[in-house]
Design a protein around this ligand. Structure first.
Ligand SMILES: Nc1nc2c(ncn2[C@@H]2O[C@H](COP(=O)(O)OP(=O)(O)OP(=O)(O)O)[C@@H](O)[C@H]2O)c(=O)[nH]1
Ligand SMILES: [Mg+2]
Length: 552
């Protein structure tokens, strides 16, 4: 096998080398050195030839945008940590990634832009958005766990996005690692890796020891070369909005992934119906910059409204143009969140009134998506207020009269809101981990469910005599056939094969003395409440009722 692998590599290198030579000759012959040769190796001859006529003279090879996808905890962030020599994974709340992250690294003097995505099921929108903007993907599968639900989801996303990807079989340092099993599971999902005669490259890695990481990076650069990623750094920027938040000091900010051109301070950007005169630009390390080139992510301030996540953005020349375009784009306004509250329309349901605040729009979007999956015929929720930013007095006011609850995800609570909530009896809770918040909302909804009443059988008795019958109660005597009878228990009267009625035992006697319990074989006297219809010879089924709280 290693021989075959080496042979394949040699063939690949020779192939690339020939193409580079061909390309150099062609460029030389036509006199068109379009590209500085080349931060990124070769371009495919035929297609670049076809493209030459309608491309600007300033095209350069741009860094690839690589999205990392995979099931929760399979090591996506740790792989990035190894590459960047950082320790992001260790500092994450709940040990999980909850935002899309954009980072740039340099490998062999070539830049690569990585998009880290969360693997937790709540963030499916982030994962598919990441794949939509990326050129290449890494599908991370932990060798000890194999294919899991979000691995399958990621495979589906990759097939839809039609981008090339490499499988990173991670955690091979672990004793429990079973790489071969993972490969077989991949084949079951119709991901046929090269070693198995397919087209998908797979690399076995350990983000802990670093084993296989160079090979993984080489593979990414190779896939990038095949993609012929080009951009014109002199052109106006265009790309996609990947995050948006409300910053306490800076106001609305949005993270832009620039696919082509360069974004500069002062540019006028339009995305959907939102406009931004770029007031400040930061790179992924939060350093102030004046411009952000192709394949970089930049945090921008100056937005008039929060742009739609995943929406495209363009740069226009004048404020008038921006206004015109934004107006034309009104149909591309951000989708409204929390509008399909479960069961608001059904008057029969018990409804929990809530307000939800989150740090960034993608968190709000994730919470909205998960809440929509809660289905119950008996209970539902209505979101009275939602948005990004700290929990404010206004949020408290919006739920106060309905005794609603406020849930905050990675946000603070303003002091004035705390005071008002105390006075109004409004419950405010904040969370750092999304599934803890969702679990709590489900619990609060479950409280509204009527409890399930469980019948716990205690014993059976036969009525031997009816001593007294009044309007309100009966006193009868009998003998325990099996089990026992307890004061305060319930009884069901059975005559023949029919259930006659149910009642509650209020007094229990044995040998004319009040007792708590009478057991099998003994005689007893009882007073019970309920319809006064017991007859001699009736069978009494004695039981207790237990209320069991239900959960969604
Ligand atoms: N032994 C071993 N542990 C690893 C390796 N890669 C990751 N881990 C551990 O696995 C856990 C999860 O790693 P993360 O990088 O946070 O996983 P993730 O895929 O980013 O998780 P989410 O972003 O929440 O989906 C951490 O405790 C890591 O230290 C590896 O190669 N070997
Ligand atoms: Mg992660």
């Amino acid at each position: 096998m290693p021989g075959l692998f080496l042979y394949k590599k040699l063939v690949k290198c020779y192939f690339l080398y020939t193409l580079v030579l061909l390309e150099m000759c062609r460029s030389g012959l036509t006199g068109r050195f379009r590209k500085p040769l080349y931060p990124y190796g070769y371009r495919r001859f035929e297609s670049s030839h076809l493209r030459m006529t309608n491309k600007s003279e300033n095209q350069i090879v741009r860094p690839p945008i690589v999205v990392i996808l995979g099931h929760v905890d399979h090591g996506k962030t740790k792989i990035l940590d190894y590459i960047r020599k950082t320790k992001v994974a260790e500092g994450e709340s709940g040990g999980i990634t909850q935002h899309i992250g954009a980072y740039q690294v340099e490998q062999n003097e070539k830049k690569i832009t990585f998009l880290d995505t969360p693997g937790h099921e709540a963030f499916s929108a982030l994962r598919s958005r990441g794949a939509k903007v990326a050129d290449i993907a890494i599908l991370v599968v932990a060798a000890d766990e194999g294919i899991k639900p979000q691995t399958k989801e990621a495979i589906g996303i990759l097939k839809e996005a039609e981008i090339p990807y490499v499988v990173a079989i991670n955690k091979i340092d672990k004793d429990t690692a079973e790489s071969q099993k993972v490969k077989a599971e991949l084949a079951e999902e119709e991901v046929l890796i090269e070693e198995w005669g397919g087209k998908v490259p797979a690399v076995e890695v350990s983000a802990k020891s670093g084993q296989g990481m160079d090979e993984l990076l080489d593979m990414i650069l190779l896939l990038a070369e095949l993609e012929e990623l080009e951009a014109d750094p002199d052109a106006d920027a265009q790309g996609v909005i990947i995050e948006s938040k409300l910053d306490n000091k800076k106001g609305l900010t949005a993270t832009l992934l620039i696919k082509d051109g360069t974004l500069r301070k002062g540019n006028i950007v339009v995305s959907g119906s939102s406009i931004c005169k770029v007031k400040s630009l930061e790179d992924f390390t939060f350093k102030q910059i004046d411009g952000a080139g192709p394949a970089s992510a930049a945090i921008t301030t100056g937005w008039n409204s929060a742009p739609h996540l995943g929406g495209k953005f363009v740069v226009v020349e004048t404020p008038a143009e921006a206004k015109k375009l934004a107006k034309e784009n009104t149909e591309l306004a951000p989708p409204l969140l929390f509008v399909n509250e479960s069961g608001a329309q059904n008057g029969e349901k018990k409804i929990l009134k809530i307000a939800i605040k989150a740090d960034v729009f993608s968190s709000l979007e994730a919470i909205d998506q998960v809440l929509k999956t809660i289905h119950s015929d008996e209970v539902g929720y209505v979101v009275l207020a939602s948005g990004i930013g700290n929990i404010s007095e206004g949020d408290v006011v919006s739920v106060a009269k309905d005794q609603g609850k406020i849930y905050g995800f990675r946000v603070g609570v303003e002091n004035s809101a705390k005071g008002l909530a105390q006075r109004e009896g409004v419950d405010i809770r904040t969370y750092e981990v999304i599934y803890e918040m969702i679990e709590d909302i489900k619990k609060d909804l479950s409280v509204l469910l009527d409890p399930e009443v469980k019948r716990i059988p205690l014993g059976k008795a036969k009525v031997l005599a009816v001593f007294k019958t009044t309007d309100r109660f009966q006193i009868v005597g009998g003998k325990i056939m099996s089990g026992k009878i307890i004061r305060g228990a319930m009884l069901e009267v059975i005559r023949g094969s029919n259930s006659v009625f149910q009642g509650k035992i209020t007094q229990l006697q044995h040998n004319k003395a009040d007792v708590e319990e009478v057991t099998e074989g003994l005689e007893f006297g009882i007073k019970f409440e309920g319809p006064q219809e017991v007859q001699e010879g009736d069978i009494l089924e004695i039981y207790q009722e237990e209320k069991v709280t239900r959960s969604l």
